[in-house]
Every structure is written in C-alpha cells, then in structure tokens.
Design a protein around this ligand. Structure first.
Ligand SMILES: [Zn+2]
Length: 152
C-alpha cells in the first residue's frame, strides 16, 4: 500500500486526481500505476485499469489469478468490473469513496450476487493517508479556482 500511495503522490504532482495502484503476485509488485485520464486523454485511464493492463502484459495473461490489487481509494464501477474480468483474487484499498465507490459505498459491483467471481476485500489500509492526499488535492484546486480579492 505504501507503493500505491507513492503512485498517488505522483498523480498529484501531475495534477491528476491522486489515486495510485499496484498489483502484487507471489509477494512481488508486478505493476504500478497512477491516475492519468487528463494526460492520456482517456476516461478509462484510472490507476487500477492501468495497473491491470501492465500486470496482464507482464504475465502474458489477461487473467490475473492469484494477484492482489492495492489501490489507495475504493474503486469505481468501471475498475471493479475490470477486476472481475481479470479474476483478481484480492483487493486491498485505503479510503472509502462515498460518491462513486463500487465496493459497497455507492454501488456494489464487486461481489455482486449475479457475478460468479468473488474477490476477497480488505478495506481501510492506510485509509487516512490515502484520504488526506485527496483532500489536499481538492483543497488546493478549490483555492486556485477561487477568484483573488484585490487585497490578497
Ligand atoms: Zn476507476
């Protein structure tokens, strides 16, 4: 999760929403990625999707059986769906995402009763660090967007 947090910090430095992800297999990191939709002009370029693509390329298999995906924030519906397609074994995430989280907060895509693949879920790992990166990012964005008064 520390490695995922470092990825999230890289996203923040690139003015992308700070979310980072890594994929681990047999105790080794085989992929690491951060959010890049702005830079890639790609609405699907979430940290999780980029990490899954990298892991699948590296292993030469689109099925990532036995892999764990670590991500700093609860995944959205798209990313949760991609994890099911990849047959990820375990998801470890940091902070919950009440507005769009698809692992139980806003929706339940992962481990939906209609889907046959089950993913083991661990929540709340380094949640405070993950959330504070997001809050700092949005605070900074809001203060930059706010028009300056003449005496500021
Ligand atoms: Zn996503």
């Amino acid at each position: 999760m520390r490695a995922a947090l470092r990825e999230a910090e890289r996203a923040a430095r690139e003015d992308e929403v700070p979310v980072g992800a890594v994929v681990v297999r047999h105790g080794r990191i085989i992929a690491r990625a951060h959010n890049r939709p702005l830079h890639l002009n790609d609405p699907t370029a979430h940290a999780e999707v980029l990490a899954l693509r990298q892991a699948a390329r590296r292993t030469g298999n689109y099925r990532l059986n036995g892999c764990t995906l670590y991500v700093t924030i609860e995944p959205c519906a798209m990313c949760a769906g991609a994890m099911v397609h990849a047959r990820i074994q375990r998801l470890v995430f940091g902070s919950r995402e009440p507005k769009a989280g698809a692992v139980g907060s806003a929706l339940r895509v992962l481990n939906h009763p209609k889907l046959n693949h089950r993913v083991e879920v661990v929540r709340g790992v380094l949640a405070a660090e993950s959330a504070s990166l997001l809050h700092e990012f949005f605070d900074r964005r809001r203060s930059e967007a706010r028009p300056r008064l003449p005496d500021e």
